[in-house]
Design a protein around this ligand. Sequence first.
Ligand code: GAL
Length: 744
Amino acid sequence: MANSEAAIIVGFWLWVCIYMTKGLNAGEVTYDGTSLIVNGTRKLLISGSIHYPRSTPQMWPGLIDKAKEGGLNCVQTYVFWNMHEPEQGKFNFEGRSDLVKFVKLIHSRGMYVSLRIGPYIEAEWNFGGFPYWLREIPGIIFRTDNEPFKREMQRFTEMIANMMKRENLFASQGGPIIVAQIENEYGIVEPSFREGGRSYVRWAANMAIELNTNVPWIMCKQPDAPNPIINTCNGLYCGDTFDGPNSNKKPKMWTENWIGWFQVFGGAKHHRPVENIAYAVARFYAKNGTFVNYYMYHGGTNFGRSGGPFITASYDYDAPIDEYGNEREPKWSHLKDLNTAIMRCSQTLLSARAETFSLGSSQEAHVYRGHSGQCAAFLSNMNPTSGVTLNFQNMTYSLPAWSVSILPDCKTVVFNTANVNAQSKTHNLTSNNPQRKLKSSYFLSNKEVEKGFYWETFKEKIGGSEDTQFDNKGLLEHINTTKDTTDYLWYNIRVDVDENEPFIRSNSSLVLAIGSHGYAVHVFVNDHFSGSAHGNKSNPGFSLNLHISLRPGKNDISLLSVMVGLPDSGAYFERKTAGISSVMIQGFKGGSRDYSQELWAYQIGLVGEKQNIFTKNGSRTVNWNPSISDQHLTWYKTTIDAPEGDGPISLDLRSMGKGQIWINGESVGRYWIIFLVPLGDCSTCDYRGSWNLKKCATNCGQPSQTLYHIPRSLLQPTGNLLVLFEEVGGEPSKISLLTDLKNY
Ligand code: GAL
């Protein structure tokens, strides 16, 4: 037989095999009032959010394996439009943006995917996931019945759906994607858009359905989700706060069970005790829920400038897998035990509706009885302060305060949500103290590998370089001007002072009064630093009154306005403004002078940014100074070797002020040390009865984040270029590199 004939025969059988395998798996994903139904089989789903751009492809397999080992059968992710289409029509699906690779990895582990295309996602992500250029489309209004917006949203959503189809990734094609999301919590802003909001919801629903993915679509927090879209719950206690979807033909799903919370600069670390999470999850499955997603299961890192307003580089979220990819205990293990217990009940939960029985004033049982006699029960003690002993089907059970016991056979307790690491196989559980100590000295056990690097400095030019300045009469809005190409915008003005001004002789000072829409400013008078100010997550805008001295003749006032992430939420967030809004000087003999409408000289970005001095080639274009100085607006550079081993790596920047970090030319995030957490923002960890952000918060009086993740995959064994841009000054000699991060 000729080679070509053999090839044809082999090819034919290969095609038959592939076709058969696809044929066997293929089928629509449908649903009813009980659950999602994948290829004819009902599914009980336990899912966890892992956002692919918040870790590296090298980390993905480990994270997914840990999710599977932790008892999950599904991974949920958003799709990050601004990573994929940073410039209109120019696409990026490489590296951390390799969505297809991520979805295929999950598939290879036998897990499902919940794909939240959005494309609005919020997620504490720059501009809520929208690319900057979207804002510049004439006539655009985001997230309403607006043609230019709908056109772009549809184009992107279609592109992602088609990409998934091409790769056979929908479950209907034998792939792992069993459900897809359009929009995100639109119900919150819908009233602001009035009729436009209502028609937009209908349009978005139709548009999604017409993509023919053959998997159900969901809309979270969208009580009016049009059929057949499933409206789902996001929150802390969806078992007790969510009345269920808007039709009894739709399953009860919980897309975001907040397992902790994100952190902002100037904000505390939030810890949601695992007993509280387990309680909420058990209540949801007890009450006919069949899909819960832990948001986040691995939070990860906001690399570069990808974080939303004031969001820290760490997106750790107090998740079961910490920022560095380690299991966080006892959270990971306790949830694994919970997930295992729930899965033991799955067949029964999927074959019946729960019946509710009162067992006391704050105690109840939810019982599922299947047709063939199987029985599973959840016993709840909703009393937040006292444990109880109660009777259920002629047996006695002890339940700690605020806890749920799971009985897969209606007799034996295999899990109680409050008993961490003390699961009893018997039905006679005793209460133990579920209060656990929160770690405050999380870095103590880590290995400090290197300290005292050889640093060189380059001083950024105050006011920017004269060659690249441009003039404008009046104060420009920051976001419009920089177009998010950088965090930085210089506002410069030259102020003339008459030598007869009385303040010169009396040696008294003037007051420079600055108003800003946000987020931070550093003020220089005649090239000398005079002061800084900033807003915060809830109030990005601020004002600043500074005593300054001017000399007779010409004086240069230079204001460096700084952004920390574009707005990511709210109606009309594309219209939110930032930057300097007013500038006055008070104390002249003729009274105050308002400079807001005067001629200003601007520079977008820093000289160092323009020269790419954080890259190997760019760093050669400037003269670095071997002496370290603790000054404002200074670039620091050094060379580091990768620490031995393969453990995660972090940079301890507690001796620094505020700025950005680059490793081998890639920005790994913004840092902000000197913005301390207010003392009153922490409180004791009393979470029984409820948990909110004020409870179990730590880090008060401290910087929000001192350790910054340097992904190992960015490092060569030796000679790695580490560059910092420091805005306010610090002590680089005290910076150290840590590895083997444990108990973070
Ligand atoms: C939700 C939103 C998520 C994320 C979360 C807080 O409301 O849907 O994208 O922002 O809040 O982490």
